[in-house]
Design a protein around this ligand. Structure first.
Ligand code: ATP
Ligand code: MG
Length: 373
């Protein structure tokens, strides 16, 4: 049997593709949902939200759309706003080349040069995203978008297609939204369905825009549906680990600790396992895992900007009725109940405590934080 070292070395955090099917832990429901969404919202734009590392890219790689092709476009050119749309057109050109769609390839190249060659026009396009065009720029933009729409319509006539925009980093999301908003007409009038990977926050924003009457953003105008990719269950996280790593080389308690910390996020599980494996000898033990996790958590606590004083209060918090907690803590600290309640609210905001009705419960992170402070 291979040694611990070799298994740890082989642990890698990267999106899975069909070639690593043996490592893929079923996202059966989500895969089905992707195909359903394409069916019900064909030709529309759908957001796929989820924490970093929750498995968005992997899900896209494994998604199948009956009777359709799939084109995953990675937004990797992050130089400027304009480069995002060049990125999309460039990928479609490459795709058309492999398919032998000469007409589309030619048209795409023309569009491409429109972006790059004429400076004035280029400004026009980058202004899509800023909504402050002059009249002249508006016309050039209008013309560009018309050509872009023709380009997409032509593509949709060639084949039935799903396009995925992936790898959009957080800083660029606002730009992507404005861009998608500007080019949405090129998608909505034909049968090409567009999936866009988005950070988790967009899900909350989308839902809140549905319940509030004052519109603060135009998510609803752009996206027909917002799909939230949920964290994995603990059992699935265990399965993800066991497909990559022999469980005989990790203590059960150590494994459980990793699962607890990962909280459904496979990237967190894999990277913690790897780090613990690096410092472990012979077998990964609970103490190895605790060492790694406490370092992560200490760093995380710093990022929450909770003061030492607040952390001292947090130490006293246990699951229970809110009324009992505030009473108990206020006695101990000689502070008024309303002050203690404000602390609770703060802990809730930091993700350490869940306040539900009359009850308070430490979150997983809250429990882990209590172990290290
Ligand atoms: N269904 C799955 N089965 C097994 N491992 C998975 C699965 N989904 C994701 N992973 C693993 O989890 C990690 C994160 O996956 P992935 O890169 O797909 O997430 P992501 O949400 O696209 O991340 P990012 O926000 O960085 O784009 C990878 O190491 C990947 O191999
Ligand atoms: Mg990804």
């Amino acid at each position: 049997m291979k040694e611990l070292k070799e298994y740890v070395k082989a642990l890698e955090d990267r999106p899975l593709t069909f070639e690593d099917e043996d490592l893929f832990v079923d996202r059966e429901i989500e895969l089905k949902k992707m195909a359903e969404l394409d069916y019900y919202f064909e030709g529309k734009i759908i957001g796929v939200c989820g924490q970093r590392g929750i498995g968005k890219t992997t899900l896209f790689n494994f998604s199948r759309f009956p009777g359709k092709n799939k084109l995953i476009i990675k937004i990797i050119d992050r130089e400027n706003k304009l480069s995002i749309i060049s990125n999309i057109i460039g990928e479609i050109i490459t795709y058309s080349k492999t398919k032998g769609y000469n007409e589309i390839e030619k048209m795409g190249k023309k569009l491409f040069t429109k972006i790059h060659v004429s400076k004035k026009e280029a400004v026009g396009i980058s202004y899509i995203i800023e909504y402050k065009q002059t009249k002249e720029e508006k016309i050039s933009l209008f013309n560009f978008l018309k050509s872009f729409k023709k380009f997409m319509d032509l593509l949709s006539k060639k084949e039935r297609l799903v396009i995925v925009l992936d790898e959009i980093d957080k800083q660029k999301v606002d730009e992507i939204l404005l861009l998608v908003d500007a080019i949405k007409d090129a998608f909505v009038s034909n049968s090409i369905t567009l999936f866009v990977a988005l950070p988790y926050e967009f899900y909350e924003n989308f839902i809140s825009s549905k319940t509030s009457s004052t519109e603060t953003h135009n998510l609803e105008n752009v996206f027909s549906y917002m799909f939230l990719l949920e964290p994995f269950s603990d059992d699935d996280v265990k399965r993800i680990i066991s497909r990559r790593f022999p469980l005989s080389l990790i203590e059960e308690e150590a494994l459980n600790k990793i699962v607890e910390f990962a909280d459904g996020n496979p990237r967190k599980a894999i990277t913690t396992l790897k780090e613990a494996g690096i410092i472990a000898e012979g077998k990964i033990r609970l103490s190895d895992v605790k060492g790694v996790i406490s370092r992560y958590i200490r760093t995380w606590i710093k990022s929450t900007k909770l003061t030492q004083n607040e952390l001292n209060v947090f130490r006293l918090i246990e699951d229970g009725r809110v009324a009992d907690i505030t009473q108990g803590v206020s006695k101990k600290l000689r502070k008024s109940r309303s002050v203690v309640y404000k602390y609770l609210k703060k802990f809730e905001e930091a993700g350490l405590l869940n306040l539900e009705g009359k009850n308070a419960e430490l979150s997983r992170m809250g429990r882990l934080v209590k172990e290290v402070i």
